[in-house]
Design a protein. Structure first.
Lengths: 311, 311
């Protein structure tokens, strides 16, 4: 069995080590170093943000395996073959990482821990009132694998959690709002908005001025999905006029974020370098190997993408 | 029914409002403003850090009700009557607050979020490896109400959690270490030590140089219990020689912490002003009213203190 690894951002050596433990007979090739291999013999491509036209050079692949949970870095290839199944990566490391990151920032804002950091710098001993987590309304944009994991963790910590998604969901501890008509009601009750949507034609630019003005004054925006969900200028305007109190941004239109981008220095914005959740090769390799074994047995893989929905 | 409120740190007006909602027939007096009331008619004292000799002035009280989870601020009164039951406050707001605070700092250190804050200041786009929470070993000193709540929340977030207590415990997701003989094994496997012990003769000064040197190099100490659990100089020495990587301190020998105390400016120490968990009067009043009703019916109150154990 032959697999071609195509990514500039992931470590081929780690993925090779962990995949060979799971699939000892695998021939693991790396693009472009191994570009002289017979491309018709490649069974699978394991990819993240391939250059346009690379994937179509492998005519006999059984599936395109994404190294990420989102697949917008694959479907943006204008020459992507449309007859090959695409499988996204669903891994405990991603939901664990997203959960940690979202929980951290929810507590940070709920408990005013940024203010205590300033108090400490001034050696000020001041106790702020502590309110009940049940009074802190968290709103998740997106209730897929990651949104659900994050929402359930926050609900277990007694936060008041709602989620907005395309279709109605029934998840313990999470109030479900579904479809465009339900969005205003969802925004009106949200103090901390956390975006974990897939990037599709419908969700691109969804966090814009029209959406932000429907949040209560003083609310917080946390984007953990994709930079293109957000209209940067609209977020800056909502922060600067005092409507929003803070934003945490882990993803950006262009990554790395340009040194002259106003997000870096903005006093109300926290910038992190797309690290909310990284895939651990050791557990990601287990997931991918399981899916490869399923396909080799003629079964459908788990978490096959529906290209019509875009996720 | 007559109750005397005795505390310089808690807001009498809020406690009056919330207690009267629960116990409409209650006469709520405040010390020392109401010191001319007939002291023999007082049924209960609701107290936090009363001055020495104040409580004994009320000869007919049925119980001493603590405004805090710890009762060291009451038992340190050398003239405390020994024949009156003492009841500590066990309230969801305390376990919720402690859980939030401990979870926040566990994620902070596990995910290197302090380093990302420095990266942001330098506009540096660097991704650090993300390890599995299961490889991050949290050790709770103390597995009472609060330690158990904190440990369970951390276990649900997939951290590797152990707890050390006087007697063996059986709590889902928490490895139990009990008694002095088990302390070295507990410390050896602990990357993040969180103290939630009661303050007793045995636990005073327990976080000293001998204990700290048994933690792995690079570990972190978080004290959320009482300042007197910690030997300040020993902690500073362990931080300065590089054995410990960080400390978060919410409690101190003297509070407020003196402006010239070295903790304030130490680059490895985070100081917070005893805010990990505050009591909400609205839920605390429900708990206290329930206990008063039990005692008025002749039943034992919940969470009666065992003065021999000291908690």
């Amino acid at each position: 069995m032959n697999l071609m690894f195509i990514s500039d951002e992931d470590r081929a050596d780690l993925w090779r080590t962990h995949l060979l433990k799971q699939l000892p007979g695998l021939n693991f090739y790396v693009w472009p170093a191994d570009s002289d291999v017979d491309k018709t013999t490649i069974d699978y491509v394991l990819v993240w943000k391939p250059a346009a036209g690379v994937i179509k050079q492998f005519p006999n692949i059984k599936a395109i395996l994404s190294l990420g949970a989102g697949i917008d870095g694959i479907t943006c290839d204008p020459e992507l073959p449309t007859d090959k199944p695409i499988v996204r990566l669903v891994d405990n490391s991603l939901s664990q990482g997203m959960t940690q990151f979202a929980v951290y920032w929810a507590i940070h804002f709920h408990r005013d821990l940024g203010k205590y950091r300033v108090f400490e710098q001034h050696k000020t001993w001041t106790q702020l009132p502590q309110s009940d987590a049940a009074e802190c309304r968290i709103g998740l944009l997106g209730l897929g694998e990651l949104g659900t994991a994050v929402g359930q963790a926050l609900a277990r910590l007694q936060f008041n959690v709602a989620g907005w998604s395309r279709s109605q969901k029934s998840i313990d501890g999470i109030t479900s709002y579904a479809g465009a008509a339900a969005l205003p009601g969802f925004l009106k009750r949200t103090d901390i908005l956390i975006c974990l949507l897939p990037l599709t034609a419908e969700t691109e630019g969804i966090i814009n001025g029209r959406l932000l003005e429907q949040l209560p004054r003083g609310s917080v925006v946390i984007n953990l999905a994709r930079g293109r969900h957000l209209v940067d200028e609209d977020l800056l305007a909502a922060l600067d006029c005092g409507h929003l109190s803070a934003a945490v941004l882990d993803v950006f239109h262009t990554e790395p974020l340009a040194p002259d981008h106003p997000f870096w220095d903005h006093p109300k914005v926290t910038v992190t370098p797309h690290i909310a959740a990284l895939t651990f090769p050791h557990s990601g390799a287990q997931y991918i190997a399981n899916n490869v074994r399923r396909m080799e047995r003629g079964e459908a893989p788990e978490n096959l993408i529906d290209l019509k929905k875009g996720y």
